[in-house]
Design a protein around this ligand. Structure first.
Ligand SMILES: Nc1nc2c(ncn2[C@@H]2O[C@H](COP(=O)(O)OP(=O)(O)OP(=O)(O)O)[C@@H](O)[C@H]2O)c(=O)[nH]1
Ligand SMILES: [Mg+2]
Length: 355
């Protein structure tokens, strides 16, 4: 048996067409639809109640709680309470997710814990989205992929097929209530070595109704990404090593500037601080990650530092010349991006933490 979860907030204009299309697709498969509504004021509940006379629908009408993520978790728990349910599908209820993919996705989900209906794999795309919305969504996904090394194209799609096991693990471990759910759930899945696959979909602009995606939503989403990244990584140790490196750099410059002059003293100070950073990271930050040979780690660490400096420089140029920021803010932005790039390349290539 399959459960399809539809979280709704003011989707009266879309929900009927959606449910009828799902019923057409799944007519030969034993299934139920769970609609989790958060006190919609546009008549969504009445439309669903009417449809439930004809189709196998459970309507959960929540009054006290709000949030897409928590609605999905409620849906997952209800699905899991039925022993017969082996797969759980989640879909947006605004007609963005075309039910014609359902059967194929269910087939392709065999042997996987999560199959994501994905816009960012070959043959997947979005239709009728403004350029700016496409760019935000695409780059948000690229950043998540880079930061968490997920190897997933689309982390924010809600069109998914979960195995029972995946639904159990996620519903037990997750604590995000809103749009952070999509990424939070995938991070939990990756931590538990669940098998994740992607299936190309064409994502359509919502049928009717208003978007709930506001600036506040994007901001709290970004905060979640930054928090998870900091909590999950050795970034703290790396930062402390960087701080020590700065002190070493200053110290060597102070000691040598009289004898060598500014340029040579500074070049020596930079190199000494890179070597001291390398040694500290090697014996502390990444002490358990010595898969590469010492000389390889030593040289690629230099390359990583160089890349960070280059990124810092280019971002500063870009910020001042194109974004018209003042140089100090531009530089801060550059330092931040340079730092992330150095950390990422160290993590991924110098000490090869994953794989
Ligand atoms: N139950 C519940 N559902 C929600 C809530 N917020 C959004 N949804 C539903 O979650 C699905 C995705 O939300 P959307 O508003 O479409 O988000 P989006 O696709 O990123 O943005 P747009 O399509 O442009 O509006 C839709 O079915 C919404 O009705 C909520 O707080 N509670
Ligand atoms: Mg939508």
């Amino acid at each position: 048996m399959i459960t399809v979860i539809l979280p709704t907030y003011n989707e009266a204009e879309n929900i009927k067409d959606l449910i009828e299309a799902i019923e057409m697709e799944l007519k030969d498969i034993e299934h139920e639809i769970v609609v989790v509504d958060d006190d919609s004021s546009d008549g969504t509940i009445e439309v669903v109640r009417e449809l439930s006379n004809k189709y196998p629908i459970k309507l959960i009408s929540r009054k006290a709680e709000r949030g897409l993520g928590s609605a999905i978790i409620t849906g997952l728990k209800i699905a899991l309470s039925n022993e017969k349910v082996i797969k759980i599908v989640t879909m947006d209820a605004d007609l963005s997710h075309d039910p014609r993919y359902l059967k194929e996705m269910l087939r392709k989900s065999e042997g996987l814990d999560i199959l994501i209906g994905s816009r960012y794999v070959k043959h997947g795309r979005t239709e009728n989205w403004s350029l700016i919305r496409r760019l935000i969504s695409y780059f948000a996904n690229q950043i998540v992929k880079l930061l968490f090394d997920t190897k997933i194209g689309d982390h924010t799609s809600n069109y998914r097929v979960y195995s029972r096991r995946a639904a159990e693990i996620i519903s037990k471990n997750i604590n995000t209530k809103h749009y952070e759910y999509q990424i939070g759930s995938l991070l939990i899945a990756l931590d538990n070595n669940l098998k994740i696959g992607e299936f190309p979909i064409v994502f359509k602009e919502r049928g009717s109704g208003k978007s709930k995606l506001t600036f506040g939503v994007i901001l709290s989403w970004a905060r979640f990404i930054v928090n998870s990244f900091i909590l999950r990584t050795r970034i703290w140790k790396y930062l402390i090593v960087g701080g020590i490196g700065t002190a070493v750099n200053e110290g060597v410059l102070y000691l040598l500037i009289r004898q060598l002059g500014l340029e040579f003293a500074s070049a020596t100070a930079i190199e000494v601080s890179i070597v001291s950073n390398f040694m500290l990271n090697d014996i502390w930050t990444f002490s358990e990650n010595k898969k590469n040979r010492f000389i390889y780690r030593f040289l690629t660490f230099h390359l990583s530092m160089l890349l960070g400096a280059l990124a810092n420089f280019l971002i500063l140029e870009f910020s001042v010349k194109i974004l018209k920021l003042d140089p100090l803010s531009g530089n801060l932005f550059g330092i931040f991006v340079g730092f992330l790039l150095r950390y990422y390349t160290s993590y991924r290539y110098v000490w090869r933490v994953r794989k």
